[in-house]
Write a protein of this length. Structure first.
Length: 369
């Protein structure tokens, strides 16, 4: 692999690191560099952020410029620092090659949704959510605060939502922040958990939130819920979640295990964990959705639950998830549009668009989609 310095530690560098098609197959990222002194000496994706003057101490072959106004950086690198222009690549260059490969694969597609996405890519660049974007006029910035124990949190819909102490936040002159927590939950998003034309969460519901992460889904409905089961396998989120849901500890159950189709020391099934009927199942567990659903047969068959199951993590998961839910007596549908999930390690081979969410509802329900 080619040894590369990534120049920049902001949004574009974040997007580049998500383009694992190129990171895993082409580049070995040796370090990050940034002109911003406040970021130097810190880590970004577990690599050190160095100042420009340290470049002569780094063993590299290319510099990947991941900033918005890259002309200024190119001038700095070539004129001020004497770097050969042939050793410099911009994120824009990489993105164009990536889009060209997608367009080539789907050049003969008759799917009008995919045709629309390809046209969007040509004019606007790559977007993991297809042609869906969150309107800039609806941007919400959540400022980061710290409690007496040094734990960071934001105010989310009137409630404190905590994060790990080492969480990487965006920064500006006013401090640290997070932008648009709910950007992927827009009405036309392929990642929309609760679709308006499918009945959502009612007062007194028993909810399963599988793949809680920071907890924004459960936190939005905790006041109206009778009980919420919080499944989160990543240990780094457990203490923040305990703090986030502390005032609701009598109605929330936090389980730090992997959801699977069998029980073991570090895995659990929904069937063995939950003995009551549930009303809503949201599942976003990084590609383990199919296995977890296989361990939820008894629970779902005795419940009349609404389901929102992520289907974009792995190729063909939409088909498998729909088959499982339908075998349990549920009707299914999918979210609008497509996602192109660059977080999948094999996406470079499959290069496939995927539906983001499979919705399920019990066939005994009178409500129709």
């Amino acid at each position: 692999m080619v040894k590369a310095i990534v120049w920049g530690t902001g949004r574009i560098a974040y997007n580049f690191m998500r383009l694992r098609i190129y990171n895993n197959h082409l580049y070995e990222i040796v370090c990050f560099m940034d002109n911003d002194s406040s970021r130097q000496g810190k880590s970004f994706y577990d690599r050190e952020v160095l100042p420009p003057e340290a470049i002569n101490k780094v063993d590299y072959e290319v510099i990947i410029v991941c900033v918005g106004k890259y002309d200024d950086i190119l001038d700095q690198l070539t004129h001020d620092m004497g770097i050969d222009i042939n050793k410099i690549i911009t994120f824009h260059d990489i993105e164009k090659r990536f889009i060209a490969s997608i367009i080539e694969k789907y050049k003969d597609t008759m799917d009008t949704e995919i045709q629309r996405i390809l046209n969007y890519y040509r004019n606007n660049g790559f977007n993991i959510y297809g042609d869906y974007f969150f309107p800039k006029e609806k941007n919400i910035i959540y400022r980061v605060f710290y409690d007496n124990d040094g734990w960071p949190f934001i105010w989310f819909e009137g409630k404190k939502m905590y994060f790990p102490k080492d969480h990487v936040f965006m920064e500006d002159e006013n401090g640290r922040y997070i932008c648009n927590i709910l950007s992927e939950q827009g009405e036309n998003s392929p990642h929309l958990y609760i679709r308006r034309d499918i009945e959502g969460i009612k007062e007194g519901s028993v909810i399963v939130d599988a793949g809680v992460c920071e907890g924004n889904f459960a936190l939005r409905y905790v006041d109206k819920a009778k009980r919420i089961y919080l499944f989160e396998s990543d240990k780094k989120w457990i203490e923040p979640l305990k703090r986030t849901f502390y005032d609701y500890r009598e109605k929330t159950i936090l389980i730090n295990k992997f959801l699977e189709g069998y029980d073991s020391s570090d895995t659990v099934t929904l069937d063995s964990m939950i003995k009551e009927k549930i009303d809503y199942l949201k599942m976003d567990i990084e590609g383990a959705e199919v296995k977890a659903l296989l361990g939820a047969k008894e629970l779902l068959m005795r419940s009349r639950a609404r389901c929102s199951i992520c289907s974009y993590h792995r190729q063909n998961d939409e088909k498998y998830i729909r088959h499982i839910l339908e075998s349990y007596g549920y009707k299914t549908d999918v979210s609008k549009g497509y996602m192109f999930f660059i977080g999948d390690d094999i996406i470079a081979d499959s290069m496939d668009f995927r539906r983001g969410i499979v919705y399920g509802w019990n066939t005994m329900d009178e409500d129709k989609v």
